[in-house]
Every structure is written in C-alpha cells, then in structure tokens.
Design a protein around this ligand. Structure first.
Ligand code: ATP
Ligand code: MG
Length: 419
C-alpha cells in the first residue's frame, strides 16, 4: 500500500480532472459506493473460482455482530448491488463511473499493489453492441487525451451461456486428452472453470492451449453479429483492434464482448484496463435481468506508463550534450554552444564539480544519462583543427562524424530532434 505524496499527488489530481471532463462529455455520471461490502457479494458476483475470491480478498468478521465483510477487491458487484437496491434502472439505462481504492492481497510487485486505485465505468440496462463500443471508445479517448502511446486493444467474445456450455464440454474433453500437460492450477480448474485454463501464464502449457477448441467457433449467428458490430464501430472511429481468442478475463460474470487495453512497456503487468459485457450479473445478485457492460482501469499503471513515456519524451527534447575533456578548451567551447543554441539546438553544457571537468569516461556517462541524442566531443585535437566530433547516442548509437565549427549553419539542424 502506498502513500501518495506531493509532488506526485498533483499528477493524480491532474488525471482525475481529465477523467471528470471526459465522463461529462460522454454523459457518464459519478457513483460512490462503500469500500466495505458483505463478503457474499463478491463470492457470488466476482465468482467462487476466481483468483480474487480464492486468495486475494481482505475479509473479516464484524466484531459487533459477526457479519462477514470484505474490503472491495473490485467495484462492479458493488455498483450492481446499489443499482438493484435503489432500482436505478427503473426509468431506463444508466451510465455510471467511479474512481477509488480497491484491495487485493497479492504479492506486491511493480504495477501490483494491495491497495490500488481503479477508475471504472458501468453502463447498466443497455443490451446493444453500440454500448460495448462506446465504453471502449471512452478508454481510447482518455488515453489519447492523456497523451499515452503504444496501447493496443484486444477483444474476444464469450457468447451466451448455451454457447459457452457447448464449448466447455469440448474444452474439458480436449484438456482431459492432454491431462499429462496440465499443471496443478489447471487440474483444479478442469471441472470448476475450464475456460480459465486458456488464461494460463505457464509457458509449458502454451502450445497445448493454443490448439484448444475456440469459443469463437461455437458462437451462434446473433453472438457473431454482436461482436462484428463492435468491431465495425471501433474501426469506423479509427481504433485498431485485434481478436485474441484466448482472452477470457479473470472474472466469472462476463458474456459477449470482453476486452483489454494492453501496453508492452510495463513488463508483465501490462494490462491497463479490462472489461466486458456482463448480462447475467444482475440476476445472479438477485435483481431483474438487466444487460450491462463496463470496465476497470488501474490508475497506478496508467500513471506509470505516462511517466515512462513522458520521461522519454523529455529526454528526446535534449539534442546534445557537450563533452569538454579539458577546461582550457572552454573559451572556444562556450561560444560554440551559444551559436548552436541560437540555431535552435538544445545543448546541455557539461559543468565540472569544482576540480576540473572530470574524466572523459564520467562525462560520457553523464551525456548518456542526460537523454541527449548526440554527444559533442570538444577534444584538444579536434579543436586545434577547428572541428568537433558529433557522436550519436540513440538512433545509430556509436556512429560519429567530424564537423567544422565555422560551418555550423550547415549542420546544426541535423542535431535537432523532430519529435
Ligand atoms: P491481472 O491479470 O493483472 O491480475 P485482473 O484481471 O486481476 O488483472 P481486473 O480485476 O480486471 O484485473 O482489474 C482491472 C485493472 O485494474 C487491471 O487491468 C489493472 O490495470 C488494475 N489492477 C488489478 N489488480 C491490480 C493491483 N493489484 N495493483 C494495481 N493495479 C491492479
Ligand atoms: Mg488479478
């Protein structure tokens, strides 16, 4: 669990502000439910055989009345409970969003915390594929407005219960035929939740899982049309997507569309946002049948990616770092840097710590750490000839060339990043 301190907290406030503005433009309104709910809500709603319920919940009994309670590990069951309790959809669908802390007892690691924050939306009472597309467009637009790059969209369809049942039978038969390859987790799930085996991260099972019967082949006409419409609307809005037939999501309540927004820049915790349609959840929790679709997004992961990408954007903003092996050269170097800056090049001048300029090697290290695209080496030999060595640090790292100082106008612009 983390303390969020200034100046970091300012980035959270900035993101929250962006979210509020965006939600207003899509006509989604805020809902705030309690952080503590009855344990049974998650056992039923999230699902008995999910990772969350099997091993990640912070549960306790109320000392005063013995009631079994749980710190919410996710907010979809809470929102649906509230919607049922207050009959929220009596006069039509509701578009809702929330932001707040969730709690899961997981092994702490980068991008995985025990108290973390989720932003989520739930569109309640909408059956059509256009709402699946709309909630996905919300994510896409948010990422765009935050300035995030390189996030891909994967989607799949889990169809309707009858289709899943037929597929499940084929899947169990297939896995039984490959019993020797199943790990302990998979053997346990074989008869409780075989779909989740497709989700395995075990490399030894990948080949076998890839050959397994695909739910997509069991979809009927209407489920296929639902998926195609979502795809069509995304494409029409310029959102690239790919189908991942093994995307099943970790929660039990999904049907039809499931999706994830994924980055490759955060290591193994690359899922920024996951969601899907959950038409069966209202009934499961004792409400009237109510179709719904939504997603949850990990705010820490989004901020982490944003910071990583901005750091590289900032780094790219520095064109050159000047390396000055000998302080006696400064009287030639400093005016040369002035001229480069006047020509529009951003240059960081190496500055000594009081006793000379430091070794060539340590200057090079600093040049590298500065994020500059080029090192300018003002060695004594070069300067004597009126030249400087320009060495690439990023693209084509290691390649170098000599340039004449009196012809700066002809090469200065080649240092400028186009970013
Ligand atoms: P994973 O496969 O990474 O465990 P999940 O399927 O458990 O993800 P969801 O329950 O769908 O994740 O939660 C939605 C999003 O919340 C995730 O995509 C992720 O960005 C974020 N998230 C989930 N668990 C954590 C955690 N422990 N710490 C930080 N963020 C998390
Ligand atoms: Mg998880």
């Amino acid at each position: 669990m983390n303390d969020i301190l200034p100046p970091d907290s300012a980035r959270w406030e900035w993101l929250e502000e962006k979210v509020r503005g965006l939600m207003a433009r899509y006509a989604f309104r805020n809902i705030r439910t309690p952080i503590v709910e009855p344990t049974a809500l998650f056992v039923r709603g999230t699902g008995q055989t999910t990772d969350i319920v099997e091993k990640e919940m912070y549960s306790f009994s109320d000392r005063l009345n013995g009631e079994e309670l749980t710190l919410r590990p996710e907010n979809t069951p809470g929102v649906v409970r509230a919607a049922i309790e207050h009959n929220l959809t009596y006069d039509g669908g509701k578009r809702l969003y929330y932001m707040g802390p969730m709690f899961r007892h997981e092994r702490p690691q980068r991008g995985r915390y025990r108290q973390f924050y989720q932003l989520g939306v739930e569109a309640l009472g909408f059956a059509g594929p256009e709402m699946d597309a709309e909630v996905m467009l919300l994510v896409h637009t948010l990422f765009q407005e935050l300035g995030l790059r390189n996030v891909r969209v994967e989607l799949n369809s889990l169809g309707v219960p009858a289709e899943r049942l037929a597929h499940r039978a084929a899947l169990v038969a297939y896995f039984e035929g490959h019993a020797a390859l199943l790990d302990e987790d998979a053997r346990r799930r074989l008869h409780t939740n075989p779909l989740r085996i497709l989700d395995t991260k075990n490399p030894a099972m990948q080949d076998m899982v890839r050959q397994a019967p695909q739910l997509l082949d069991y979809l009927g006409e209407s489920s296929r049309r639902h998926l195609e419409t979502v795809q069509q609307l995304l494409t029409a809005c310029g959102v690239p997507w790919t189908v991942n037939p093994r995307l099943v999501r970790g929660l039990d309540y999904y049907s039809h569309t499931v999706f994830e927004f994924i980055t490759d820049e955060l290591g193994s915790q690359g899922t920024l946002c996951g969601g899907g349609r959950y038409d069966g959840l209202f009934e499961l929790l004792g409400g009237k049948p109510t179709p719904a679709v939504g997603w949850g997004m990990g705010i820490e992961r989004v901020l982490e990616l944003l910071q990583a990408q901005q750091a590289s954007a900032q780094a790219a903003a520095l064109d050159a770092y000047a390396i000055v092996p000998d302080a006696s050269a400064l009287v030639q170097v400093v005016p040369a840097l002035q001229a480069l800056r006047a020509a529009g090049v951003s240059v960081q001048m190496h500055a000594g710590a009081g006793e000379g300029m430091g070794s060539f090697k340590s200057q090079f290290k600093k040049a590298d750490a500065s994020g500059a695209n080029f090192a300018l080496v003002f060695g004594a030999d070069e300067l004597a000839r009126g030249e400087v060595t320009v060495k690439a640090l990023r693209d084509g790292a290691g390649t170098q060339r000599l340039e004449r100082l009196d012809a700066m106008a002809s090469w200065a612009s080649s240092l400028q990043s186009r970013a």
